[in-house]
Design a protein around this ligand. Structure first.
Ligand code: ADP
Ligand code: MG
Length: 763
C-alpha cells in the first residue's frame, strides 16, 4: 500500500506576442518544492473585493516555466505514474486550468509537430516499450476514451460512431455494484496490442470528438475527456492477475469568473460555466477537510468516474495549467488556489491483485492430476476415483472378518488408500446405525420384560463400539501417516527427477541459444516494411459526413480555394514535406541496413570457410595447432561484431522513424478532417447569407430566361492561380433551380471574399 498526497505541478504556457505578461516569479531552489509568486498589478488589485493583497504565493511539487518542453514534462510527471501502472497500481493524471491554458497541449499534444506530442502518446510509447522488454509476465492492454459533456458520457471509440452530433451517440451510464465499485455501461474497451494500435485509437477518438463538436455545444472546452489505459498482467502459470487503470484526463475549461473587465469585481463572482467542475471542487473541499464522513462523489458523473482517483485507491497527479498574461491573473490565481486544496488530499494506492477463479480451477485440476500421477508412481497402480465392484466386495469381507474377530489386537488393514479407508468408515457407520435401529425395535418390543437386561447389554454394546471406534481412529491415523510419508517420498523422487531434467534442458538451451540469432538477417527490417508505412495513411475510419462526398462542382472548387487560404494548410504542407523527408530517410536507412546485413552474412560465410580450411589443415598436418588463435578469424569476428553494432543502431533509429512517420500521418489526417469541417461551417454560413441576397435579386431577374447577376459578376476577377475555375469574365448562366443557383452564387461570393482578404480582389 502506498499512501501519499496528490502530487500537484504547475505548467505555464508561453505567452503570445500580443499578450502582456503578468508579473510572476518562480522559485525552485528547493528540490522538492517550487513556489510561484504572482504579483497583481495595482490597477487590477483594486478590483479584488475585500482583498487588497498584491502578492500571492503558491507551492507546487515542481513548476514548468514557459520554455519547458513536452519530453521534460513527461519525464517528471507521467513516467513515474506509468511505472506504477505497470506494477499494478491505479494512476491518474489530470490537467486543470482555464480554456487556452494548455491542458490539451499537455495531455494529448500539439497538432503540428511530432516533438509536441503530449502525455498520452508518450505514455503509450513508454508502456509498450516496457511491456516488450519484460518477458517475465503476460500483459494485455485495452484503452477506452470517454467524453463527459453536460453530465452525459459518450464513448469516443464506439464503433457505431456514425453520428455527426454528440447528442446522437449512445450514452454511457454509471452502474454501481454491491461493493460500490463503479462500472461504466456502454463504454467500449478496445484491445491494443502495440503502440501503433493504441495511437490509432487515440486519434480515432480525437477525430470523433472533433466531428461531433458544433459551435453550439463547444464540447472541447466544456467537456471532460478521460483516456484510460487498462493493463492486466499475469505470470505464466499463476492464477493471480494484476489489473491497473491509468486515467489521463483533460478537464473542461475551469473559467468561472464573470469577466467584467479590468477593475470590475472579479474573483468574488462564482459563476460556474461548468457544473461538474463545481462538484469536483466540492469533492476536493470535502476530502481536504478532516473528519468528513460523506464525500459527495455522486453529484456528478465526472466525480463518480474519478472517485478512486480522488481520495481512493490511486496515485494521482494534477497539472495546473496557467496562462499568466495580465488579463488572466484572476483565473490563474483561482487555478492555483484549487491546486493548493488538491495538494492536501491523501490517497492510498493498493496493488490490484485478484485470483481468476477459472484459472484457479484449471490449476487445481492440474495439481490433482499431478498428485494422481505421483500416487500411481509410488503404488505402481493407476487409481480412479471410484472403487471397483471387486474391491468393494473384498472390503466388505475384510470388515466382516474384522468385526467378528474377538481378538482385541486384531486390525483392519486396507492399505494406504483413502478411498478404502473412507469406505470402511461409512460401512461401519451404516452397520452401527442399523444395529441402533434394531436395538430400538427390540427395546420397544420387550420393554416391559427385559428393560434392565437390555440396558446393560446396550451399554455393553456401546462401550464395545466406542472401543472399536477408538481403535479404528488409531489405525486410520497410522494409515494417514503412512500415506503422507509415501507422498513425501514420491515428491522427493519427482523433485530430483525435475532437477535432473531442468539441468539438462537449461544446458541444452544455453548451448542452442545463439546470440547472433537475435540480430540475424531473418529478423531484420525489410524495405518492404518501410514502404508499408505509407499504406497506412488511409486507415482511420472517418465518419460519413452530411455532405457524404456528394459535393457539387462549385462546392469542390470553393473547397480548393478555402484550403489554399486556411491556416492549417501550411501545417499540412509542412508535415507533408517532413513526411517525405522521413520516408526518404527510412528508405535510405532500410537500404543501409540491408547492406550491413549482407555484409555480415558475407563475413560469416568467410569465417566458416576459414574455419573449414583450418580444420582440414589440422587433419592433414597434425603438427598444425587448431587451438591457436588465428588472426584472420579474429579479424573477421571483430568485423562481424562491428557490423552487428551498427546494424542494431540503425535498426533502432528506423524503429523510431517508423513511430514518428505514423504519428505524422495521424496528425495530417486529423488536420484534414478539421479543414473539411471548418469548410462546411463556412460554406453553410455563406449559403445562408446568400439566400438573403438571392431573394433581393429575384426582383431584378427577368422571367423565363437565364439571368446575369450584375453585382456579383462585375466584381469577380479571374483567379490569379492556375486552378481551373469557371471563368469569371463570362456571364454566369443560372439554371432557375434555386438550390443550384444558390450554390453557384455562394461560390462566387466565397471566392471573392478570399481574394479580397488576400488583397487580390476588386476593391
Ligand atoms: P486548453 O486545452 O487548456 O483549452 P490548449 O492546449 O488547446 O488549451 O492550448 C491553447 C493553444 O496554446 C494551442 O494552440 C496550443 O498549441 C498552445 N499551447 C498551449 N500550451 C503550449 C506550450 N506549452 N507550448 C506551446 N504552445 C502551447
Ligand atoms: Mg482543450
Amino acid at each position: 500500500m502506498v499512501k501519499e498526497t496528490i502530487r500537484v505541478y504547475a505548467r505555464l504556457k508561453p505567452l503570445g506576442r500580443r499578450q502582456q505578461a503578468g508579473i510572476y516569479s518562480v522559485d525552485d531552489d528547493d528540490k522538492s518544492v517550487s513556489s510561484l509568486e504572482i504579483i497583481v498589478p495595482h490597477d487590477l488589485a483594486d478590483g479584488f473585493v475585500n482583498n487588497k493583497r498584491e502578492n500571492y504565493k503558491f507551492k507546487f511539487q515542481k513548476i514548468f516555466d514557459q520554455e519547458a518542453k513536452q519530453d521534460v514534462v513527461f519525464d517528471s510527471i507521467a513516467r513515474p505514474v506509468a511505472e506504477c501502472a505497470l506494477a499494478g497500481y491505479n494512476g491518474t493524471i489530470f490537467a486543470y486550468g482555464q480554456t487556452g491554458s494548455g491542458k490539451t497541449f499537455t495531455i494529448t499534444g500539439g497538432a503540428e509537430r511530432y516533438s509536441d506530442r503530449g502525455i498520452i502518446p508518450r505514455t503509450l510509447s513508454y508502456i509498450f516499450d516496457q511491456l516488450q522488454k519484460d518477458n517475465s509476465k503476460m500483459y494485455t492492454t485495452h484503452v477506452s476514451y470517454l467524453e463527459i459533456y453536460n453530465e452525459c458520457g459518450y464513448d469516443l471509440l464506439d464503433p457505431r460512431h456514425e453520428a455527426s452530433r454528440l447528442e446522437d451517440l449512445p450514452k454511457v451510464s454509471i452502474m454501481e455494484d454491491p461493493d460500490q465499485n463503479i462500472h461504466l455501461k456502454n463504454l467500449s474497451l478496445q484491445q491494443a496490442n502495440n503502440e501503433e494500435e493504441a495511437l490509432n485509437l487515440l486519434f480515432l477518438g480525437d477525430t470523433n470528438r472533433m466531428i461531433a463538436e458544433t459551435p453550439m455545444n463547444q464540447a472541447s472546452t466544456r467537456s471532460h475527456c478521460i483516456f484510460t489505459i487498462h493493463i492486466s498482467s499475469k505470470e505464466p502459470g499463476s492464477a493471480t492477475i494484476r489489473r491497473s487503470k491509468l486515467h489521463l484526463v483533460d478537464l473542461a475549461g475551469s473559467e468561472r469568473v464573470a469577466k467584467t473587465g479590468v477593475g470590475g469585481h472579479l474573483l468574488t463572482e462564482a459563476k460556474y460555466i461548468n457544473l461538474s467542475l463545481h462538484y469536483l471542487e466540492q469533492v476536493i473541499i470535502a476530502l481536504a477537510e478532516k473528519n468528513r464522513s460523506h464525500i459527495p462523489y455522486r453529484n456528478s458523473m465526472m466525480t463518480s468516474v474519478l472517485r478512486d482517483s480522488l481520495g481512493g485507491n490511486c496515485m494521482t497527479t494534477m497539472i495546473a495549467t496557467l496562462s499568466l498574461d495580465k488579463r488572466n491573473i484572476d483565473e490563474s490565481i483561482s487555478t492555483c488556489r484549487f491546486a493548493q486544496r488538491v495538494a492536501l488530499i491523501k490517497n492510498e494506492a493498493v496493488l490490484n491483485e485478484e485470483v481468476d477463479p477459472r484459472l484457479m480451477v484449471v490449476q487445481l485440476q492440474k495439481e490433482i492430476q499431478e498428485l494422481k500421477d505421483e500416487l500411481a508412481l509410488v503404488t505402481g497402480k493407476q487409481r480412479t476415483s471410484e472403487l471397483s465392484q471387486e474391491e468393494l466386495l473384498q472390503l466388505d469381507k475384510l470388515i466382516e472378518t474384522f468385526l467378528e474377530d474377538n481378538d482385541p489386537e486384531s486390525t483392519l488393514d486396507v492399505g494406504a488408500d483413502m478411498r478404502k479407508i473412507k469406505y470402511c468408515f461409512s460401512h461401519v457407520k451404516q452397520l452401527m446405525n442399523h444395529s441402533k435401529i434394531s436395538d430400538k425395535k427390540t427395546v420397544s418390543q420387550h420393554i416391559s420384560e427385559e428393560k434392565d437386561t437390555n440396558k446393560a447389554a446396550g451399554k455393553e454394546e456401546l462401550k464395545k463400539l466406542k472401543e472399536l471406534l477408538q481403535q479404528r481412529d488409531n489405525e486410520i491415523n497410522i494409515l494417514v501417516n503412512m500415506l503422507k510419508k509415501e507422498k513425501k517420498k514420491a515428491q522427493d523422487a519427482l523433485f530430483q527427477l525435475n532437477v535432473a531434467s531442468a539441468g539438462s534442458t537449461a544446458l541444452e538451451q544455453s548451448l542452442s541459444i545463439n546470440l547472433e540469432e537475435k540480430w540475424s538477417p531473418s529478423n531484420c527490417f525489410s524495405l518492404k516494411e518501410a514502404k508499408d508505412l505509407s499504406s497506412s495513411v488511409n486507415r482511420l475510419p472517418f465518419l460519413s459526413r452530411q455532405t457524404g462526398g456528394k459535393m457539387s462542382l462549385g462546392c469542390q472548387e470553393a473547397f480548393e480555394v478555402f484550403k489554399w487560404d486556411h491556416a492549417d494548410s501550411i501545417t499540412i504542407e509542412d508535415n507533408k514535406q517532413l513526411l517525405k523527408q522521413r520516408f526518404a530517410e527510412a528508405k535510405c536507412l532500410g537500404e543501409k541496413i540491408n547492406e550491413v546485413r549482407n555484409k555480415i552474412n558475407h563475413l560469416k560465410g568467410e569465417l566458416t570457410q576459414r574455419h573449414i580450411q583450418r580444420v582440414v589443415l589440422a587433419v592433414s598436418n597434425p603438427s598444425e595447432e587448431l587451438n591457436t588463435l588465428d588472426p584472420v578469424e579474429e579479424k573477421l569476428r571483430t568485423q562481424i561484431e562491428e557490423g552487428k553494432k551498427s546494424y542494431k543502431t540503425m535498426f533502432n533509429r528506423l524503429k523510431g522513424l517508423k513511430v514518428e512517420i505514423e504519428h505524422l500521418q495521424l496528425l495530417m489526417e486529423k488536420a484534414k478532417v478539421k479543414l473539411q469541417k471548418d469548410f462546411e461551417v463556412w460554406w453553410s454560413e455563406e449559403s445562408t447569407n446568400l439566400q438573403v441576397c438571392q431573394e433581393k435579386t429575384e426582383l431584378v431577374r427577368s422571367p423565363n430566361s437565364t439571368t446575369v447577376y450584375p453585382q456579383f459578376i462585375k466584381s469577380s476577377q479571374p483567379l490569379p492561380t492556375n486552378r481551373t475555375s469557371p471563368s469569371s469574365n463570362t456571364p454566369i448562366p443560372l439554371t432557375g433551380d434555386s438550390q443550384i443557383d444558390a450554390d453557384i452564387l455562394a461560390f462566387i461570393k466565397a471566392r471573392q471574399n478570399i481574394l479580397q482578404k488576400k488583397g487580390l480582389g476588386n476593391k
